[in-house]
Design a protein around this ligand. Structure first.
Ligand SMILES: NC(=O)c1ccc[n+]([C@@H]2O[C@H](COP(=O)([O-])OP(=O)(O)OC[C@H]3O[C@@H](n4cnc5c(N)ncnc54)[C@H](O)[C@@H]3O)[C@@H](O)[C@H]2O)c1
Length: 307
């Protein structure tokens, strides 16, 4: 459907975590170019999450300001409760509130599961999953009071579909889908929309992992999808979008009709195994938007059974 108005962010305040480079930087620049006042958060560490530096965020803030935009830097880590609170407080202090949060900060500690140490599990969960809680909760409270908000969580095909050597990262990235789904439901009546992006792009995090695809997937190709999800025009919520190399799509969690054994029935394992084709057949499916949508499937079957 063609838009009647261009997508602009005048008067809106956006917080982008991990915006000192890679994908986050492209989101910050584009949102600022379209009128948002942007908090550029970045700890400025390595891909593995070690070290820190103020320069990553400062460079992006300078770039936004020299293009005539408004931005403020924040150097806190998303991975502590205090850090998350300080990031949102920067938006409130500098720009009077927060309308948009893109949870984008991330690190990698890849290793096969058998060899993964607990510290590597902990570090990745802390930045991606707990970090999203620490940043989004204070922001959600402000959004709820204001009756408006746009949240974007950054998942990954490694979490949605699985990837060798990324048990820690995949679990954290899949966890973000659960968080976004609940915030979409809790935020609905306050006009808070919450969605997930699964990007594919050449950045310092992926340049050695993407092989020949690296040349074909520029971070700027992900930007319009994320910027749209941040906009007032976007009314979609509880959804997962994939973007990379010019392909934009939707990833979804669905369920089929399955096999109904009958009200009160307790099939034997053998009986159940005879119905596995039906249980697994996804030709027809629904994409539930909350737990009730799935329960209604059962409710319908119970009602049909009683007839
Ligand atoms: N590039 C891809 O193909 C791809 C694919 C799937 C998911 N992702 C996700 O996209 C997001 C952006 O990644 P990218 O590819 O641009 O990599 P990147 O390394 O260029 O960007 C990540 C940024 O997060 C910052 N950061 C790390 N830990 C932080 C912390 N504790 N607090 C604040 N900032 C912190 C880093 O300094 C860095 O600037 C990540 O969440 C990543 O997992 C990327």
């Amino acid at each position: 459907m063609p838009l009647s108005e261009p997508i602009i962010f005048d008067g809106r305040v956006a917080v982008i975590t991990g915006a000192g480079g890679g994908l986050g930087k492209t989101y910050a620049l584009e949102l600022a170019r379209r009128g948002a006042r942007v908090v550029v958060n970045d700890l400025g560490g390595s891909v593995e999450g070690t070290g820190a530096s103020v320069s990553a965020a400062d460079v992006v803030v300078d770039e936004i300001k020299s293009a005539g935009g408004e931005a403020a830097a924040n150097y806190d880590s998303v991975s502590t409760e205090e850090g998350g609170a300080a990031i949102i407080q920067t938006a409130v202090d500098e720009f009077g509130g927060v309308d948009i949060v893109v949870n984008n900060a991330g690190i990698l500690r890849d290793k096969s599961f058998a060899n993964m140490e607990f510290a590597e599990i902990e570090a990745v969960l802390e930045v991606h999953l707990r970090g999203a809680f620490y940043v989004s909760q204070p922001a959600f409270r402000v959004m709820k009071d204001n009756g408006y908000g746009r949240l974007v969580f950054t998942s990954s095909n490694a979490g949605l579909f699985g990837n060798f050597g990324q048990a820690n990262y995949g679990a954290a990235k899949a966890g973000l889908v659960g968080l976004s789904n609940v915030l979409a439901i809790e935020g609905m009546k306050y006009s808070i929309r919450s969605n997930v992006i699964a990007p594919v792009a050449r950045t310092r995090m992926t340049e050695d992992l993407l092989g020949p695809f690296a040349e074909m997937v520029d971070p700027s190709q992900v930007t319009p999808m994320v910027v749209y999800l941040c906009s007032e025009a976007n009314e979609y919520t509880h959804e997962i979008f994939t973007a990379g190399g010019g392909r934009y799509g939707r990833v979804f969690i669905g369920t089929n009709k399955g096999w109904f054994a009958g009200q009160g029935a307790v099939p034997s394992v053998e009986e159940l195994s005879e119905h596995l084709d039906e249980i697994r057949d996804i030709t027809e499916h629904i994409v539930p938007s909350n737990v009730n949508d799935e329960l209604m499937l059962l409710g319908q079957m119970l009602a049909d059974d009683a007839d």
